[in-house]
Write a protein that binds this ligand. Sequence first.
Ligand code: CP
Length: 329
Amino acid sequence: MNYTSIKDIDSLSKWVKSAIKIKSKPLKNKKLGKNKTLGMLFFNPSLRTRLSTQKAALNLGMNVMVMNFTNEGWTLEFEDGAIMNQGASEHIKEAAEVVSQYCDIIAIRAFAGLVDKEKDNAETVMAGFLKYATVPIVNMEGATGHPLQSLADAITMEEFKTEHRPKVVLSWAPHPKALPQAVATSFVEMMQLQDADFVITHPKGYELNPEITKDSKIEYDQNKAFENADFIYTKNWSSYSDYGKITNSDPNWTVTADKMKLTNNAKFMHCLPVRRNVIVTDEVIDSENSIVIEQANNRTYAAQLVLQKILMTLAPKEANKTKKSKKNK
Ligand code: CP
């Protein structure tokens, strides 16, 4: 079993219930991961993903190894048949198989480059590990999705919702740097599995991948979108059509207390890290309606559920291995 996309979840409501159960007794399965190793490979920086996934693994009794490819690993080549006489020192074929010798599960963070849409949509790094690793793969944010984040978001909304069918708004907000669409895309995919009144709001030109948003409502008037909302989920992303470009930085899209007044006393969510007074004002993020810290805390239980599910698929193999070796004696 791999966890590389929200589509790997068979029943979101069951997964959310299981994660909430894990949260109530996080050390219950402390023996499940004994003698198993999680390898965490980072091609980009992280705070929450690194620490929450590591904590999740430790809660399950796993060993954890972390490697930052940005400054520690060899530069990898991903193209089959490449003549490697340029910058890359090692091919993904060897690298993925070698890491599989040391680890029982490999988790990978590899963001979009935001230069070549086709290359990003192909998820070159994740796809390379999926092809050549011999152990399960977990996506810690790839070029097109961040499914551990959106699972944590679903857990958080379940904990804080007061309406059976809440109105949930995904709102674009300005940012000085071009950011990937991964978090927003996975959030849309996750919301499409929920019973909710879901609305995406952003300036024209910031449409996400239309293949993904085709069944979701888009409202270009942010104030209109905010009316009666129960959750405001804010995130910046760069243009998908004018790929990787910042085509609008209108500060009127910043989430302010006045905008939150249009809502049904909505909870404010953001995956973090967040640029204060650019994406959201201090007044909103510091208000009692802000649940960003609870959301970040749920990253641990989302990761723990995913690792637990994968470990359970590994366990029978180990049991069989033991049975076989006993038989051979
Ligand atoms: N939300 C999130 O993935 O945070 P980090 O980039 O700090 O891991």
